[in-house]
Design a binder for this molecule. Structure first.
Ligand code: FES
Length: 118
């Protein structure tokens, strides 16, 4: 397991973090949601691009209500990663396995690659 952040230090807009997926350098987004702390791979489900791959380098919509892909405008619900509009509507961001222990959020690296959709 790899530590990502202290639970009480996650800002409202979340944290972008780096991790390894096999030989690949990837990014995740760690968030507080109404259903608890969640992490998603920072990769759109329309095309394999980071949500903030294009300007503005931001993963949120202007109202901070949805995660948004800046390439073609897919909008994702932060609570469960569901794409609510855009070219991949109905799909989900890939959830990353995290666990909280002693107030620290850890990425369960041994489970990376066994992604599950919600
Ligand atoms: S790559 Fe994200 S909406 Fe097209």
């Amino acid at each position: 397991m790899e530590p990502i952040a202290k639970l009480d230090e996650i800002p409202s807009q979340g944290i972008i973090f780096d991790y390894k997926e096999g030989p690949f350098d990837e990014q995740g987004i760690l968030l507080h949601t109404r259903s608890g702390v969640r992490a998603y791979k920072n990769e759109c489900r329309h095309l394999p691009m980071r949500l903030d791959d294009r300007e503005p380098a931001e993963v949120w919509d202007p109202h901070k209500r949805y995660l948004v892909c800046n390439s073609h405008g897919a909008r994702y619900r932060p609570d469960d990663g569901l794409c609510v509009s855009g070219p991949c509507e109905g799909s989900h961001l890939r959830q990353l396995p995290v666990v909280v222990e002693d107030g620290v959020v850890f990425l369960e690296t041994d489970k990376i690659g066994g992604f599950f959709d919600v």
